[in-house]
Design a protein around this ligand. Structure first.
Ligand SMILES: NC(=O)c1ccc[n+]([C@@H]2O[C@H](COP(=O)([O-])OP(=O)(O)OC[C@H]3O[C@@H](n4cnc5c(N)ncnc54)[C@H](OP(=O)(O)O)[C@@H]3O)[C@@H](O)[C@H]2O)c1
Length: 375
């Protein structure tokens, strides 16, 4: 009883401390307005018949069973997407950090879908070395299983909301590495396999309405690595989360523009905003505050379940192949506009250049590590 009281009072103090931070107010006020901005667009466009929606592609005969890769497939939206796409007939490659959680998820999907074709790979999306290792293992597996050396769908879903500063082995802020740099590196590494697909292939990036709360940004190396936060007394978690999601969105649109310039390219790229979903994403936020936030959002009718919210991810994954460079929100194949900053081509080019530099540096250091290990 005493121990329980101690834990409760510790959690209360933690919650109170968090309320006193700028981040709490960004989450409570700016993020609420950002979410309402998405819903405002959604309802006003719907009212005037201006909403653009894309029905899912009807089952088209394809020469091979399509293969999809889902990062962060061990819980929440990623797990729901893995199950739903296994039902759609995809071979689903589940990517996650924990071998134990991966095997639990595979067993769970197989229990509900006896025909599921699944393969799990352990990889940490915040680590360049781990991404490289994953790509090699994937290629090896495709070869050994006598499968076509291609990927039809990549869903960059893994993400986190960290409330403290943690630096990865490669010197990145962990949240920036997981939410943006990892998906960028993984996409770059898997593009050859997506291009090699005999049928149109697709990349789906799971972003967030929180990108709307970001303004006045720069995309130099320090910011993209998240280095500016290393020296800060209070880790600006809400700002970095929103910034990482804006980066992912700018990258999605920039890649779309670049791929459209290639006449023979059939890779499309789409962004998804799932709204607010009751998952483990708030696990680092003091429990009293996450419970209160979920209760408030439920009362407002704004909180969705992973099984409901996954519909936007599926809409993007299964939209007709010619659809690219749009932002899915609200299910039923509906799309809205993201923030005006996210369409800024100058900013997107700046971010692209910085990310490519970081990608090259990472490649070089990964090569030098592996050659020194071989020696
Ligand atoms: N929930 C929302 O309201 C909401 C709203 C907008 C956008 N989103 C986005 O939706 C995506 C899915 O999140 P969720 O809500 O489903 O939360 P979640 O339940 O916490 O799922 C996140 C997944 O990402 C994985 N992950 C985290 N860091 C990783 C890393 N370094 N390497 C590999 N996997 C990693 C987690 O794996 P572990 O099991 O190992 O932790 C987990 O499977 C995220 O990108 C999130 O930003 C969520």
């Amino acid at each position: 009883m005493v121990a329980k009281m101690r834990i409760m009072s510790k959690e209360l103090v933690e919650a109170f401390r968090f309320i006193c931070t700028v981040d709490f107010w960004i989450m409570a006020v700016l993020w609420t307005f950002s979410l309402l901005a998405s819903y405002w667009q959604f309802f006003s466009h719907g009212l005037f018949g201006r909403i653009v929606s894309f029905p899912r592609n009807a089952n088209i005969e394809v020469p091979l069973r399509p293969l999809c890769i889902i990062t962060g497939a061990t819980s929440g939206l990623g797990a729901a997407a893995a199950y739903a796409l296994s039902k759609e007939g995809f071979i689903v490659v589940l990517v996650g950090r924990s071998a134990h959680r991966l095997s639990e998820r595979v067993a769970e999907i197989c229990k509900h879908n006896k025909d599921a074709h699944l393969k799990a790979f352990q990889a940490d999306i915040s680590s360049i070395e781990s991404i490289l290792h994953f790509r090699c293992s994937l290629e090896q597996w495709l070869l050994e299983s006598n499968m076509h050396a291609s990927v039809q769908l990549l869903i960059n879903n893994a993400g986190m909301l960290a409330t403290s500063c943690r630096i990865t082995a490669e010197g990145f802020d962990e949240m920036m590495a997981t939410n943006y740099m990892g998906p960028f590196f993984l996409t770059k590494h898997l593009l050859p396999l997506l291009r090699n697909s005999p049928v149109p292939s697709r990349i789906v990036n799971v972003t967030s309405f929180t990108h709307r709360s970001v303004c006045g940004v720069t995309f130099d190396k320090e910011s993209v690595i998240g280095k500016s936060s290393f020296r800060m007394k209070q880790y600006p978690c809400a700002q970095i989360y929103g910034y990482s999601k804006l980066c992912l969105l700018l990258f999605s649109y920039e890649l779309h523009r670049r791929l459209r310039l290639e006449s023979s390219c059939h890779v499309s790229i789409l962004a998804v905003d799932p709204g607010v979903v009751k998952t483990s994403i708030m696990r680092e936020v003091p429990p009293y505050l996450s419970y209160t936030a979920f209760a408030f959002l439920t009362a407002m009718g704004l909180l969705d379940s992973p099984e409901g919210a996954v519909n936007s991810v599926l809409d993007a994954a299964l939209a007709p192949p010619e659809i690219s460079g749009v932002y899915f929100f609200g299910g039923k194949g509906r799309t809205i506009n993201s923030s005006s900053v996210s369409y800024d081509t100058g900013l997107a080019r700046e971010l692209w250049a910085t990310s490519c530099d970081l990608f090259l540096e990472a490649q070089l250091s990964a090569k030098s590590i592996s050659s020194s290990v071989q020696r």
